[in-house]
Design a protein. Structure first.
Length: 331
């Protein structure tokens, strides 16, 4: 297993992901994830490009949610992705974020996530028996009418919550804490996973803990920091109040939130303290990134997904990460 994956925001043209896939395929990244962030392009087209232009990594959305997507739609996309990638798809499910501007409620997330996974897996295996849940009902006439994997796919659950992390320990293959680069939090999430796994009679070591965050590599550390600040601000506005071991001061988070609401991205970026930036993203020279990864892996993280935008020139940044950072963590 390689310790590093890579992830992408869908803010580019469709054809750009083919070119990025060709670059990614030169290196042995463990995973390629595509964000399903609200207000950006859907993850599926980019994932299909990566499926056609890579041969090795596990591919999936990080993450779809049960409030805007029905399991039937998700299952159809997952079946197509698994076919195109020749069996490399994973199912990523989570509560989701950025719902405030569209006033979408997120009730009973643990139940909703569990049912989403159960229904998708049933459809991918061809199970046509009646499913009657609290969120979803699927009768025998609801089935995919094209080629399906005929097997369950690996599952990633994305969350910052204790109970949902324990759910990952019970039913998932991976737990992803997105937007986190804080080594001190890794043992906490490991314990959440361990509790859920033991309650389900599973071996906790079978579930991989995945962290991922904005990553910017550059020969000039200040350049990397400036880019990281601008990109990380919108995520810290969501995750800054969720970390179990580090909470930025309320005044700092309030400044970030107000600036983002006013469309003042530069102001939001400047409001982030150096300490907050270190906890919620990775940035610097290749040596800086390696040191951050060492701290995370020593703390218990199994895989770190290097997140967009990667650098000033994303293609060149991926090459630097693949040639100068990845080799330090191959197992």
């Amino acid at each position: 297993m390689n310790r590093l994956g890579i992830s992408f925001l869908t803010d580019k043209r469709y054809s750009d992901y083919a070119a990025l896939g060709n670059i990614v395929d030169q290196y042995e990244f463990e995973t390629v994830s595509v964000y399903e962030d609200l207000f950006y392009q859907p993850a599926w087209p980019a994932l299909l490009q990566f499926a056609q232009h890579t041969e090795r990594p596990l591919l999936g959305p990080a993450v779809v949610n049960p409030y805007l997507y029905h399991p039937v739609t998700v299952a159809a996309n997952m079946a197509l992705l698994d076919d195109v990638s020749q069996g490399r798809a994973y199912l990523g499910v989570g509560k989701g974020a950025f719902f405030k501007p569209i006033d979408v409620a997120q009730p009973k997330p643990i139940t909703a996530i569990r049912e989403m996974i159960e229904v998708v897996q049933r459809m991918l295996t061809g199970d046509r028996s009646l499913y009657q849940g609290k969120f979803f009902r699927v009768d025998p006439q609801a089935y995919l009418r094209f080629k399906i994997p005929q097997r369950e796919l690996p599952v990633l659950i994305g969350t910052w919550g204790e109970k949902t992390s324990a759910l990952a320990g019970r039913i998932a293959d991976m737990l992803k804490v997105g937007g986190c680069a804080n080594p001190q939090s890794a043992p906490v999430f490991k314990e959440y996973l361990r509790t859920g796994a033991k309650n389900a009679g599973r071996d906790p070591s079978e579930i991989r803990l995945v962290f991922g965050a904005v990553t910017v590599v550059d020969r000039d550390r200040k350049t990397a920091e400036a880019i990281a600040r601008r990109r990380a601000a919108m995520y810290v506005n969501v995750t800054g109040r969720l970390d179990p071991t580090y909470r930025p001061p309320a005044e700092e988070l309030n400044r970030v939130e107000k600036a983002l609401e006013n469309g003042e991205l530069s102001t939001a970026a400047e409001a982030l303290s150096d300490e907050t930036l270190r906890r919620f993203c990775c940035f610097g020279t290749p040596s800086d990134i390696i040191r951050q990864m060492e701290d995370l892996f020593d703390a218990g993280v199994d895989i770190f997904e290097l997140g967009s935008p990667h650098g000033v020139d994303q293609a060149e940044a991926i090459r630097i990460l693949g040639e100068e950072v990845l080799p330090a963590f191959k197992e």
